[in-house]
Design a protein around this ligand. Structure first.
Ligand SMILES: C[S@@+](CC[C@H](N)C(=O)[O-])C[C@H]1O[C@@H](n2cnc3c(N)ncnc32)[C@H](O)[C@@H]1O
Length: 394
């Protein structure tokens, strides 16, 4: 199976192309079994997570300069050092434990642990929840190399713990959970966008959205009017936040991702959604290209995440931009500590940090949502931060 496209992307290796082809055949089989149509959320689940096949479950390089995208902890260790400041403050008032969701290559875990150790506050336990066997291995190897004497403090989990006490962090995890596409047609009919198989490959097909959670949500988020509007709803991400919030007995959980509050996300002018695919540091909006070889994401609706956390009994402690959060955690001080005699490393450190806080890059579009239970503010990262509104709709 292939999909025609005008995008010019680097050609995959023959092995990668064969792998992608096999996954496409597998998905086409499921589409046929389902009667010729599956929801986009199911397509996304399969291309990213089908056992042995999916982008995250199989061996694609994914993160880093040789992969498809880079993330904040990969760009600069200052990201982890700032988070360590926040984690330190939290662990002084809770258990000395960290839970990281979707730890990628393990760089954040290794850097965070190193900084906390240097601050005299090494976590007693550092738990990692990772769905990808391939990334688990990369995490284990990286952490074993960086912290050989403390490896017993790291523990890989198969599911969320029933009770969480300590500091929780999830960087760029919510955006890769399978989301649904809802499509309002001119005239007002609401459809769910799904995937079918055509002679040319996978294709879009919309079907009336039946009553249920997704329709109720669509009715709530779609901007008034009866013009055409296509957008995403991520009920799986909400479920993850709700579960974390429900298990949180004491501590602070940070969800860091690109996204918006409700009013900005579902703005009348954002009428084609935020779906984005990443392949070898290029991005585009065709999820049918190279199934299994590219990441698929969408921005996060942080108002929905906040409501999910509150519905499980946690409290929203802050919502701000990544730039403000990092600066509030002391980023400027940390950067000023880089030895001025080391001109080159200082320059490199500074330019990497600029990517994290520059409004044109990751500083504004990335947000930090903090939810807590059992401990009270202040929280360093939100203290002097410019508060943003989550504007939950009535
Ligand atoms: C975009 S990567 C971000 C990796 C890392 N946090 C970073 O900032 O570099 C998404 C990560 O979330 C993991 N992931 C995806 N779905 C998950 C789930 N349901 N639970 C836990 N981890 C998940 C992926 O395997 C991957 O490690």
């Amino acid at each position: 199976m292939s999909h025609p496209s005008d995008y010019s992307l680097p050609a995959p290796s023959p092995e990668a192309a064969a792998h992608s082809h096999a996954l496409a055949e597998f998905i086409a089989g499921e589409v046929a079994e389902a009667g010729g149509w599956i929801p986009f959320s199911r397509y996304m689940e399969l291309v990213l997570y089908a056992p042995g096949f999916g982008y995250y479950t199989a061996g694609a390089r994914k993160i880093g300069s040789e992969g498809d995208f880079v993330t904040s902890p990969e760009i600069s260790p200052m990201f982890a050092r700032c988070l360590a400041m926040q984690a330190h403050q939290v662990m002084d008032r809770s258990a000395r434990e960290i839970l990281e969701l979707g730890p990628g290559t393990g760089v954040l875990a290794a850097d965070l642990f190193a900084e906390l150790k240097a601050l005299g506050c090494a976590p007693r336990k550092y738990r990692l929840l990772e769905v990808s066997a391939d990334l688990r291995e990369r995490q284990r190897a990286h952490i074993a190399e960086r912290h050989p004497g403390d490896l017993d403090r790291f523990e890989w989990l198969d599911g969320l713990p029933a009770a969480i006490d300590g500091f929780v962090v999830a960087n760029e995890v919510l955006d890769v959970l399978p989301f649904s596409l809802v499509h309002r047609m001119p005239g007002g009919e609401i459809l769910e966008r799904g995937v079918t198989v055509t002679e040319a490959g996978f294709g879009w097909e919309d079907t009336p959205l039946a009553d249920g959670d997704l329709r109720r949500r669509a009715l709530r988020i779609l901007p008034p009017g009866d013009y055409e509007y296509l957008t995403e709803v991520n009920l799986a991400a909400e479920a993850l936040v709700r579960t974390v919030a429900g298990s949180l007995e004491r501590g602070l959980a940070l969800f860091i991702d690109y996204g918006y509050a409700h009013a900005e996300y579902y703005h009348p002018q954002r009428s084609t959604g935020t779906l984005r695919c990443h392949y070898r540091h290029r991005f585009h909006s065709d999820p049918f290209l190279l199934p299994g070889l590219q990441d698929i994401t969408a921005h996060v609706d942080f108002s929905a995440m906040a409501r999910a956390a509150e519905s499980a009994g946690a409290e929203v402690m802050g919502y701000t931009t990544q730039a403000h959060f990092l600066i509030s955690c002391g980023l400027a001080v940390l950067v000023s500590e880089v030895d001025p005699g080391m001109t080159l490393s200082r320059l490199k450190a500074t330019s990497a940090v600029l990517r994290l806080i520059n409004p044109q890059e990751m500083g504004e579009i990335f947000k930090v949502l903090g939810i807590a239970r059992g401990i009270a503010p202040p929280f360093l990262g939100f203290q002097s931060a410019r508060p943003l509104s989550l504007e939950p709709p009535e």
